[in-house]
Design a protein around this ligand. Structure first.
Ligand SMILES: NC(=O)c1ccc[n+]([C@@H]2O[C@H](COP(=O)([O-])OP(=O)(O)OC[C@H]3O[C@@H](n4cnc5c(N)ncnc54)[C@H](O)[C@@H]3O)[C@@H](O)[C@H]2O)c1
Ligand SMILES: O=C(O)[C@H](O)COP(=O)(O)O
Length: 529
């Protein structure tokens, strides 16, 4: 049974598929402190959060079983991604489910600031009938600057066009072609602040975007600008904004997000009549909350069940069309990595991965992650290593990973070769997928073999002399170790050779030692796959 902890208010309907799953127990515990989470997180396989729960390094370190943190929403700035990667915990988000909702909130804020709706409401319910103070402006024919033309920014731009606005957009990934398609003009941040009547930000908060609108930008800003932030607190320098509002450069501002949430009671936004605020409600609609919870629950289930999944934030994404081509090689890759790690002595220096045949045309990095996982699991323990942290663990150990690609795959459509260079030796293993038969090891070092990579194997290096196979069989038999299958590979008669035996149970260490001391036997290793 997998245990899932839901630590923020997340749509019940959205997580229904988790609740209904036969192999999952869902527990809801919201409002927990870091200490409380640290105390209980060790029991859970998955954690579902929104933006309230701060998933810190301390929590990750205590999360001995945790496979995944699912963020029912977009921003993952409340989750320590480096700590997650180090601990091998997958972090996923639900990037699409709240796009329209947040875009609509941005419009609600833009119109509210243009027409002073919250201020007028307060006066009216207070008994005043003030029709003079709240003279607004139209959106039509105004210039809207959009900083961050991703999902939300693009939807905002589309709707702004319907209001008759001209749009200036800035995003490091926005091409002329896409800007033309969206019917907007590419601009720099400087051009936007100097020319826009309204400005809205839709970037993540990163070191680069932090205070991207600050004193320097307010100094050159078109007077009378109205500014909306429904992205992340800190993209606009709050104190510089207050100064710009007070000096009249900024006519009004609408903020859904704050540098620190909730803001302190004396935060200057809360008492400024030209600044309107909402408590991080951008994603708060029935539809968006259901969408993000459904999306994240679905992916969490896949991860718990070791099925292919999407939307990992701390792993490079695999495009859907590639996933189906690469997926069958994940198991093979991991087994080849594990095989070669068990077959090789000495401290690992370098892993050389070769892809040949049609595979060489594809982005094979996801397979490499599995190969590295296989290699490292042998040395670091299977619980410590997974496909999220395998490359990171290799990097922090200065382990060199080299990838070679070639179109020729000898007799196979595709071939994956893993070579391990240690301080003592260099060995290699190649495998392929045989249609109808699944993964196969087809060569070990320079010897051709045909071995199914599973179960208990004994890999023996020997000299090709009569009687050796019989001696090994007798020794194993007399120690109650039954041989299921046997493969022998040699290049020259009487030269060096290898033997791969599949045995029904693990051979005791002393039996392996006895095998190694047989005449003409160079070494024997047990390999468990
Ligand atoms: N208020 C809310 O409740 C709410 C809801 C959803 C999303 N958000 C936030 O809105 C923001 C946008 O979300 P999204 O789904 O559109 O994300 P997205 O990833 O689709 O878009 C973000 C865009 O910002 C661009 N960007 C990055 N650095 C930039 C820079 N220096 N200058 C200009 N552009 C830059 C990226 O290239 C990307 O295109 C995120 O911060 C997200 O957390 C807030
Ligand atoms: O990044 C997001 O998805 C939004 O900021 C929404 O956050 P929330 O789930 O806490 O409302």
């Amino acid at each position: 049974m997998f245990k899932v902890l839901v630590s923020d208010p997340i749509s019940d309907l959205g997580i229904q598929q988790l609740v209904d799953a036969q192999d999952v127990i869902v527990e809801k515990k919201t409002g927990l402190s870091e200490d409380e989470l640290v105390a209980i997180i060790g029991d859970y396989d998955a954690l579902l959060v929104r933006s309230q729960t701060r998933v810190t390094a301390r929590i990750m370190e205590a999360a001995s079983k945790l496979k995944v943190v699912g963020r029912a929403g977009v921003g993952v700035d409340n989750i320590d991604l480096n700590a997650a990667t180090t601990q091998g915990i997958i972090v996923i988000n639900a990037p699409d489910g709240n796009t329209i909702t947040t875009c609509e909130h941005t419009f609600a804020m833009m119109m509210a600031v243009a027409r002073h709706i919250p201020q007028a409401y307060l006066k009216t319910v207070g008994g005043e009938w003030d029709r003079k103070t709240f003279l607004g402006v139209e959106l039509r024919n105004k210039v809207l600057g959009v900083l961050g033309m991703g999902r939300i920014g693009s939807e905002v731009a589309k709707r702004a066009k319907a209001f008759g606005m001209q749009i200036l957009g800035y995003d490091p990934f926005l091409t002329e072609e896409r800007a033309d398609k969206l019917g907007i003009k590419l601009a720099t941040v400087d051009e936007i602040v100097r020319n826009a009547d309204f400005m809205t930000v839709h970037t993540p908060l990163t070191p680069e975007t932090r205070h991207m609108i600050g004193r320097a930008q307010f100094e050159v800003m078109k007077p009378g600008m109205r500014i909306v932030n429904c992205a992340r607190g800190g993209i606009i320098d709050e104190m510089a904004l207050v100064e710009a509002v007070n000096s009249g450069i900024v006519a009004g501002a609408a903020f859904d997000v704050f540098e620190s949430e909730p803001p302190a009671a004396d935060h200057p936004f809360l008492s400024n009549p030209k600044i309107i605020v909402t408590p991080h409600l951008g994603a708060s609609t029935v539809e968006a909350q259901e969408n993000v919870a459904i999306d994240v629950s679905e992916q969490v289930l896949h991860i718990l069940r070791d099925e292919p999944f999407m939307n990992a934030v701390n792993m490079p994404p695999i495009p859907a069309n590639l996933q189906s081509k690469l997926q069958p090689y994940f198991e093979l890759g991991e087994k080849l990595g594990s095989f070669i790690a068990q077959a090789t002595d000495g401290a690992v220096q370098e892993i050389v991965v070769g892809y040949s045949g049609e595979l060489a045309e594809l982005d094979t990095q996801p397979i490499t992650r599995y190969i590295v996982k296989g290699v490292l699991s042998h040395h670091l323990g299977a619980e410590q290593v997974n496909v999220v942290n395998s490359m990171h663990l290799a990097k922090v150990r200065d382990l060199n990973i080299v990838t070679n690609k070639s179109h020729a795959a000898k007799d196979f459509t595709n071939l994956v070769t893993v070579s391990l260079r240690t301080k003592q030796e260099e060995r290699s293993v190649s495998g392929t997928l045989l249609t109808g038969y699944g993964p196969r090891i087809v060569s070990i070092d320079k010897f051709s073999v045909d071995v199914t990579p599973e179960g208990n194997l004994i890999l023996i290096a020997h000299n090709d002399k009569p009687g050796i196979i019989g001696n090994v069989g007798t020794l194993l038999g007399s120690n109650d170790v039954n041989i299921a299958t046997m493969q022998v590979g040699r290049q020259l008669v009487g030269g060096s050779a290898i033997m791969v035996l599949r045995v029904d149970k693990s051979a005791p260490k002393d039996v392996l030692q006895k095998i190694t001391s047989l005449p003409d036997l160079n070494n024997a290793k047990e390999i468990t796959l």
